[in-house]
Design a protein around this ligand. Structure first.
Ligand code: NAP
Length: 537
């Protein structure tokens, strides 16, 4: 069973013990004491290290990473040896020591001492300590990764193999999983950096010896290390197993995407065996195609779907088309898809949950069917991706749409694509918006989005529209969800309009994805609550 180790860069005996106690409270099973910074030279440091191991509330891994292997220890090798010698020879030895392959290979004192400190087939007596022989590369995947692995695995004294490298893309994670699966000795294979999160969380799915977590954000001992709280609460550590289905949001940049919190909360709520990650993929079609194809090609990963956002919505359509998958007709017409579903038979389906979510966000509060949109005059502000999905959905149900956009040519091109005998779609300059006699206004621009929350796309809103629409109240829908109530919505509310927040669209598009993937009803109220909580942080 893969264990969860909290890694602590120890500042003092008290600090190390305090941090280890918190790690135990938070559910860690092991604690790694990184002694790179441990104060004092011989004899203080060895004595303090012994006290640390003796008084720790959890089994320990002791490491003291030198600067030449990406750590902080700048002393000489005799000092490092003295620290390990003290803890390993004490009556309370650590569960593991982590020694760098490079030190082990080039120094006979290390090899001689290690053979005395750890349990191995030729040990004269039980030592109670296992050797983790490790190799780290902070610059990328080492070209001689497999030579290093062979050298580590062939070392008789080594109980566990550890290789860690800086991931260049999500694909590195899959190599880490293969390494874990293929080795006969217990193995730790982890990727560092923004692309390495999968390897850290899914270490459990692939049966690694352990993964490392930080105690708090900002206290990571390696780039990309999640906190124990994130591993346990957000990434569902306690529920992961070999069968767990993997999902994620594909985009670039992903920033602080709300989707992992929402979908993982949904999996928790419904008991679905899934986990959802941020999946950053560099812009352009080639990295998208190569990465998604690699995720799909590993059956043991159980990659079952993804939310797809900027700049890959068009790439998803192209990829699924090239793979011979099915594309939702309206997604094809919109020219963008936001959802990838991998069906049970392995076939692919690309769909767009944005337009349906937007239509329902309008129709449900008005208590009307989508068909009742026929003939209604709707102003869509903006002519980008969100506006395109909106216009396609509205036109499909026969609404009359006026596209107001800063760049009139873009509005005209969009209008031309969706204008038909069934639905009139026309372009208009943004400056004419205040004179509009539409009954529904939909903001599909980022105007008013965090952090520029004082902006609004309709600056003269109250006088222009407050009394303009006869008996029924105008409807104002802002697709922005951060903040949930924009200046546009505040002013529209004050003017007596029906207002709809982008939260409703976001929750509905996520709910539709969740239902496609899990075949279970999505807990929408929970999604709404999680989104609002995250936005308030
Ligand atoms: P996009 O493709 O970049 O399009 C942005 C549109 O806004 C363009 O038409 C652009 O006009 C216009 N625009 C941008 N800045 C402007 C400014 N300062 N003044 C006037 N017009 C401006 O972006 P998108 O993907 O459509 O997303 C737009 C917004 O929709 C996002 O900011 C997001 O808040 C919202 N959205 C919400 C959801 C949800 O689930 N709630 C989902 C998707 C999107 P030009 O054509 O002249 O450049």
């Amino acid at each position: 069973m893969t264990r969860l180790a909290v890694s602590i860069l120890v500042q003092s005996l008290e600090h190390g013990l305090c941090a280890a106690a918190r790690a135990a409270e938070l559910g860690a099973e092991l604690v790694e004491f990184r002694l790179d910074h441990f104060p004092g030279k011989v004899p203080q440091a060895p004595a303090q290290a012994m006290a640390l191991v003796r008084r720790a509330p959890l089994p320990c891994i002791i490491s003291c990473r030198p600067t030449w292997e990406g750590g902080h220890f700048a002393g000489d090798e005799a000092e490092r040896l003295a620290i390990f010698d003290a803890v390993c020879q004490s009556s309370n030895p650590p569960a593991y020591i982590d020694i760098e392959l490079a030190a082990y290979q080039r120094s006979s004192p290390w090899r001689r001492h290690v053979a005395r400190w750890v349990d191995h087939p030729g040990s004269p007596r039980p030592a109670g300590t296992g050797l983790i022989l490790s190799s780290h590369d902070f610059h990328g995947r080492p070209v001689d990764l497999y030579q290093r692995l062979e050298a580590i695995a062939a070392t008789t004294e080594c109980r566990a193999i550890k290789v860690v490298w800086q991931a260049r893309s999500l694909r590195d994670n899959l190599e880490a999983f293969e390494i874990i699966s293929q080795r006969h000795k217990p193995t730790i294979a982890l990727c560092m950096g923004e692309f390495g999160l999968l390897s850290r969380v899914l270490a459990k799915k692939f049966g690694a010896l352990l993964t490392f977590a930080a105690l708090d954000a900002g206290r990571e001992t390696a780039p990309g290390q999640p906190t124990i709280e994130q591993l346990k609460s957000l990434y569902r550590w306690d529920h992961l197993n070999a069968q767990t289905h993997v999902y994620g949001v594909i985009g670039h940049p992903l920033g602080h995407s709300m989707s992992p919190a929402i979908h993982n909360a949904g999996f928790d709520h419904t008991g679905y065996n899934g986990v959802y990650f941020p999946l950053p993929i560099a812009p352009e079609y080639e990295p998208f195609k190569a990465t998604v194809a690699t995720l799909l090609a590993m059956p043991e990963l159980h990659f079952r779907g993804a939310s797809v956002t900027i700049p890959h919505k068009e790439n998803l359509l192209r990829f699924v088309g090239e793979c011979g998958g099915e594309i939702e007709p309206l997604a094809q017409r919109i020219g963008a898809a936001n959802t990838l579903t991998v069906r049970e038979d392995g076939s692919l389906y690309a769909s767009n949950t944005d337009y349906a979510a937007a239509l329902d966000a309008i129709c449900e509060p008005l208590d009307i069917a989508r068909e009742a949109l026929r003939g209604r005059r709707v102003a869509v502000i903006g002519a980008g991706g969100a506006a395109r999905a909106m216009v396609a959905g509205l036109a499909a149900y026969g609404a009359t749409v006026v596209i107001y956009n800063r760049t009139l040519d873009k509005a005209a091109a969009l209008a031309e694509q969706f204008n038909s005998a069934e639905a009139k779609v026309v372009p208009a300059p943004l400056e004419k918006l205040c004179d509009s006699c539409c009954e529904v206004f939909i903001n599909c621009t980022p105007i008013g989005m965090h952090p520029r929350v004082d902006n609004t796309p309709i600056p003269r809103f109250p006088t222009a529209h407050g009394k303009s629409s006869g008996t029924s109240r105008p409807v104002v829908f802002d697709t922005i969800y951060n903040p949930p109530v924009t200046r546009l919505l505040r002013e529209a509310q004050a003017a007596g309009c029906v207002t709809i927040s982008g939260v409703e669209m976001f929750v509905r598009q996520a709910a539709a994805q969740f239902e496609q993937w899990t075949h279970q009803p999505a807990p929408r109220a929970l999604f709404r609550q999680v989104l609002r909580q995250r936005l308030a942080q």
